[in-house]
Design a protein around this ligand. Structure first.
Ligand code: AMP
Length: 293
């Protein structure tokens, strides 16, 4: 039977017990409404570790838009069943008050700085979002302690700021090994997302242009087009549709991650898109390069 713990405090005790038994711990943070993308992280963790834990917490701090938070899907019984089936040993959750006991009200919560890799793209178009992510992820990592932690490539900029957070937490004696897992897609190519539930079948077909734009950028890069400006222009053309509202269709160099489009020939880059279809904001990205993840 899967263990379900209602607070970070009770989860901490569970992690201490696992560590006393010398068990290798894998951790998958989620906001619930789980799909095959989330479960692929859990499956990878189950393979790598002795015990796997998932957190389910819809973190209000990372929603810069109240409407988005209110419409965020939830399906807790199905989540528990699918986690158990995938081999997860424990699920924990908590309230904002339990994660931040020092704050008398949410206004007193001290936000973490995501650092320079949080600038631009999501940092620009969702102000406060990545701050909210690293603020909760620090508390989650403090709860779990040293572990292997699994994140999805779909939220690429999130993986960068989480990497930087993990590096900072080394100073506190907490060793988090961040493992990035590939994006799981629908057959059409559309990246799986809890938010896809809010798209109609017609909107899903329109939203698939996001993947097609990224795939075309990758194809062009593979065919020798290394000019980031031109690749961005190509993606924007692909996304040109009356029902798609583009936040960005951008190329960034992975090593020199800055807020600018590279002005040199790219060889280790990411194509990234954020766009809204209907009322649903979607993000996706593809790697343009020859290194392994
Ligand atoms: P969320 O519940 O949306 O905050 O996502 C929890 C974790 O699942 C994050 O690390 C996401 O990057 C990851 N994730 C979400 N969608 C996918 C997907 N389609 N493929 C792989 N990982 C994903």
């Amino acid at each position: 039977m899967i263990t379900i713990l209602p607070s970070p405090q009770s989860a901490k005790q569970w992690f201490d017990q696992q560590r006393q038994k010398n068990l290798k711990i894998g951790f998958v943070p989620t906001m619930g409404a789980l799909h095959q993308g989330h479960l692929s992280l859990v499956a990878r963790s189950v393979k790598d570790n002795n015990v796997t834990c998932a957190s389910i917490f819809i973190n209000p701090l990372q929603f810069n838009n109240l409407d988005d938070l209110e419409k965020y899907p939830g399906n807790s019984q199905a989540d528990v069943e699918s986690l158990e089936k995938t081999g997860c040993s424990m699920i924990f959750t908590g309230t904002l008050e339990q994660f931040f006991p020092e704050a008398n009200d949410p206004g007193e919560i001290q936000y973490e700085d995501p650092g320079p890799r949080g600038n631009g793209l999501e940092g620009e178009f969702r102000p406060g979002h990545l701050e909210g992510v690293v603020t909760i992820v620090r508390r989650l990592f403090s709860t779990v302690g040293s572990c292997n932690a699994y994140f999805g490539e779909k939220d690429y900029q999130q993986t960068l700021v989480v990497h930087d957070l993990a590096r900072n937490m080394e100073n506190e004696g907490i060793h988090i090994n961040v493992i990035i897992c590939p994006t799981i897609r629908e057959d059409s190519g559309l990246a799986m997302s809890s938010r896809n539930q809010r798209l109609t079948e017609r909107q899903k077909i329109i939203a698939n242009r996001i993947y097609l734009a990224l795939a075309q950028a990758k194809q062009s890069w593979e065919a020798g087009l290394c000019d980031a400006d031109r690749l961005e222009k190509q993606m924007q053309d692909q996304l040109n549709h009356s029902e798609i509202f583009i936040d960005y269709a951008a190329i960034r160099d992975q090593d020199k991650w800055t807020t600018d489009t590279p002005d040199f020939e790219i060889s280790n880059a990411r194509a990234l898109v954020a766009a809204t279809v209907g009322e649903v904001r979607l993000i996706d990205n593809l790697y343009l390069g020859s290194r392994k993840l």
